[in-house]
Design a binder for this molecule. Sequence first.
Ligand SMILES: [Zn+2]
Length: 153
Amino acid sequence: MAAEATDNKQRAIAPMLRLPTSPDAKPYLVGYRCPACGAHFIGAGRVGCSKCTATDPLSEVALSDHGTLYVYSIVHQSVPGVPVPYVSAIVDLPEGVSVRCNLVDVEPDPAKLEFGMPVEMVTRKVRERKEKNAQGEEETIDIIAFFFKPSQN
Ligand SMILES: [Zn+2]
């Protein structure tokens, strides 16, 4: 099904976030897996495995969208335009990698946050910008970022 001409286009805020290309697909984070030992890494461009020292090319894989809260900090001061307080966190994924992110859908209150609590990835539009497309027409691009929120499992 073709998108409406008036629909804003979407772009991920960072290369590790992949946006769905069909309506039934979900966004996901990408990692890189060592074919020799199965270790996972975050970030493209790695030429060898630091766990087993293999230098075989790593394969790009979709990472789990569920993890656990490893650590967090409640941020009370930020740059102008960024609402505070918010929860900055590191989330551990089952693949053995950690992701730096912000938590959403939870009060920035230590009483509501627990180390090890289950969290799941969500995406939100965080801003938009105007860009010229290949035909020289200006179009609006939604910038999409990923967050984690508390989950039930
Ligand atoms: Zn390895």
